[in-house]
Design a protein around this ligand. Structure first.
Ligand code: AMP
Length: 424
């Protein structure tokens, strides 16, 4: 037996209905804010991620799927989406378009993660980027669009954790400040953080190891070191969020795992799910495109972890998607079998979702199955019905049966599902 690789999953129906529904709402909401979809390759030159995400980050350091192709070029399965969008912006001359550009993407990402619940080696993200606007309003718009997406899914208790990461100039000073503060306590840090102390001290602040957290608690917040520019920027973002009533907290320990962020960074957590369930992460990255060899175009974006999102979807949303009504079309006898596809096609074209009984079940067995599988109604076509150009329809919720002309079936169906169904 060949098995799927560790850390990957098969997404099966009916769960895939939830994925489609969530993706549909993402397209709708982000599209309504002027967002357009971008699709970039799932593999890129390794160099792209080393230069954007950052050489010393966990992602690049130990989580990338990197391999030489047959000509010996180093390629990497994308661990995140923003770097590819930035590369595509430069390579396709998107700078010629009118800005800001709002680009969203949906698709698989790959990270060689240690196995734990909710962490996969192939996982999906839904992301939105606003390119070409450096204002606090753009950050707030991005967060508002994201919040609206979550609200449409029925989340009501989400909190946005927000921080100021400062400008790159501030960061150099801040890294030094952390290093100076923590060097005498090196022995108290985990082995990863001992490496971070040399390479990227900022990341010590969001280490999940309790002893590291205790040590990090003594480090002054970034905001205390940051310049006026970034501090004023994030304060204005906060004012927008307050005006919209979007709940947020300032989290001085939030640094995010990617080097390209500056100024505003944020994560979305659900207190009901525990503070470690991060549904989304994002931030501003005004130097990324320039660092990759393009012009100085500012950007801000986020990525939602779709796997985790699906796992914690509000029950009402799950229910509304998974209980969509369907008609069970049962042909009885040979003449009905011959005619049933043409009937089905006509009804499908008029928006009736149906399933044909294609195994030759008896009426009794078919009705039993209809109950078991939760069909909303059954349409029975036999010799009698064919002769009269009609169909016997059974409303399973009401337990009643009538006959309707076959051309009238779509109207009957739409009326039926327009009415609240008792019992289901
Ligand atoms: P990041 O790019 O690390 O900020 O991730 C953004 C979001 O993607 C996170 O908040 C998670 O919800 C999700 N995510 C990241 N890595 C994984 C993974 N290995 N498995 C599942 N979801 C992930």
């Amino acid at each position: 037996m060949i098995q799927r690789p560790r850390g990957t999953r098969d997404l099966l129906p009916p769960e895939t209905c939830l994925w489609q529904a969530v993706e549909g709402i993402a397209r709708e909401v982000f599209g309504a804010f002027g967002g357009e979809e971008i699709r970039t390759p799932v593999f890129e030159a390794t160099e792209l991620f080393v230069r954007s995400v950052g050489e010393t980050t966990d992602i690049v350091h130990k989580e990338m799927y990197t391999f030489p192709d047959r000509k010996g070029r180093s390629l990497t399965l994308r661990p995140e989406g923003t770097a590819g969008v930035a590369r595509a912006w430069i390579e396709n001359g998107l700078g010629d378009r009118s800005h800001p550009l709002r680009l969203y993407y949906l698709g698989p990402m790959f990270r060689y993660e240690r196995m734990q619940h909710g962490r996969y080696r192939q996982f999906a993200q839904i992301g939105l980027e606003i390119l070409g606007a450096d204002t606090p309003l753009a950050d707030a718009e991005l967060i508002a669009a994201m919040h609206e997406f979550f609200v449409r899914l029925g989340f009501s208790d989400l909190v946005i954790h927000l921080n100021n990461l400062g400008d790159p100039e501030d960061r150099v000073r801040y890294q030094e400040a952390i290093r100076a503060a923590l060097a005498p306590r090196r022995a108290e840090l985990c082995s990863d953080c001992q490496r971070r102390l040399d390479e990227n001290p900022l990341r010590i602040l969001d280490c999940k190891v309790p002893s590291c957290q205790a040590v990090a608690a003594d480090v002054p917040p970034m905001d205390a070191v940051a310049g006026e520019g970034s501090r004023g920027h994030v304060v204005r973002v906060e004012a927008h969020l307050r005006r919209l009533g979007i709940p947020y907290v300032r989290n001085e320990r939030l640094v995010r795992g990617l080097d390209y962020y500056l100024r505003t960074v944020f994560e979305v957590v659900s207190p009901a799910l525990g503070a470690n369930t991060v549904l989304c992460g994002g931030g501003r990255y005004d130097r990324l495109i320039a660092d990759l060899g393009g012009p100085a175009i500012p950007g801000v974006g986020f990525a939602i972890g779709e796997d985790r999102l699906i796992e914690v979807l509000p029950e009402a949303f799950r229910e509304s998607v998974l209980s969509r009504p369907k008609l069970y079309l049962v042909p009885l006898g040979e003449a009905a079998q011959a005619a049933v596809l043409a009937l089905a096609l006509g009804w499908v074209r008029e928006g009736v979702p149906l399933e044909i009984e294609a195994t030759g079940r008896s009426l009794k067995a078919a009705l039993k199955r209809a109950d078991r599988e939760g069909f909303r109604a059954v349409a029975i076509v036999g010799d009698d019905e064919l002769q009269k150009d009609s169909v016997s329809v059974r409303d399973l919720a009401a337990g009643s049966q009538t006959s309707v002309p076959s051309t009238e079936l779509p109207r009957w169906w739409h009326e039926l599902i327009g009415r609240p169904a008792e019992g289901r």
